[in-house]
Design a protein around this ligand. Structure first.
Ligand SMILES: [Zn+2]
Length: 219
């Protein structure tokens, strides 16, 4: 999105009205229990597009969020601040096993369970690499294999080699194994986020781009 006036123009949720039932409270985590406490709007100069600025009040905990939203035809999109820091679901176009481990990795990071976060991150990574047909005895070899096939760029291989935590195997711990530190856990989770974007999100975006306007975009 290059301009706020594009909000709700090309992507978003169905309907031209704000779907309050879709919003989750960042404070008490109750979903769809908001009412509009204050409404303001701004119309685009020389245009019909309207940006709505709503203050929403949670019916459960009386917390407030600010919701910026805008509609076009039968579509609307919104940005809510603050948003829930807890992850509820994984993107639907990812394989279920990848998403399940990724979700648990994110939740473990939020709860500061660094060992658990590292284990779940490595599990998600392994599920994704195997889904793409990677071969190897460990994660670094599997990443190297995909890079060798041209499915991952050299920079992803280089980054993987720099990550200490990737070489660990806390699924099969030894008595002397040190605890995972917070930065290492966050580092491999950042790597996983990029990997999943590269393996699943980008191809989906390209397919959507090609399908746009009945497939007339590009060749
Ligand atoms: Zn609430």
């Amino acid at each position: 999105m290059q301009s706020w006036w594009e909000l709700g123009e090309w992507s978003g949720q169905r309907g031209s009205e704000l779907a309050l039932y879709e919003i989750t409270c960042p404070f008490c985590e109750e979903r769809g229990n908001f009412k509009v406490a204050h409404h303001a709007e701004k119309k685009k100069p020389n245009g019909r597009k309207v940006l709505n600025f709503d203050t929403l009040e949670c019916g459960n905990c009386r917390g407030y969020v600010m919701c910026l939203w805008s509609a076009s035809h039968d579509l609307h999109a919104l940005r809510v601040l603050p948003w829930p820091l807890k992850y509820e679901k994984h993107p639907e176009h990812w394989p279920a096993s990848v998403g399940r481990f990724w979700l648990q990795a994110k939740r473990s990071i939020s709860a500061e369970n660094w060992d658990a976060a590292a284990v779940m991150t490595r599990s998600a990574m392994q599920a994704a690499l195997r889904d793409k047909g990677a071969k190897g005895a460990n994660l670094k070899q599997e990443i190297e294999d995909l890079a060798g096939q041209g499915l991952l760029p050299p920079i992803m291989k280089e980054w993987a080699n720099a990550l200490r935590e990737l070489a660990n195997d806390s699924a099969h711990p030894t008595a002397a194994q040190p605890a995972t530190n917070s930065r290492d856990a966050q580092d491999i989770l950042s790597y996983l986020d990029f990997l999943l974007e590269y393996l699943y999100d980008l191809p989906k975006q390209i397919a959507e781009y090609r399908a746009r306007d009945g497939g007339k975009t590009g060749v």
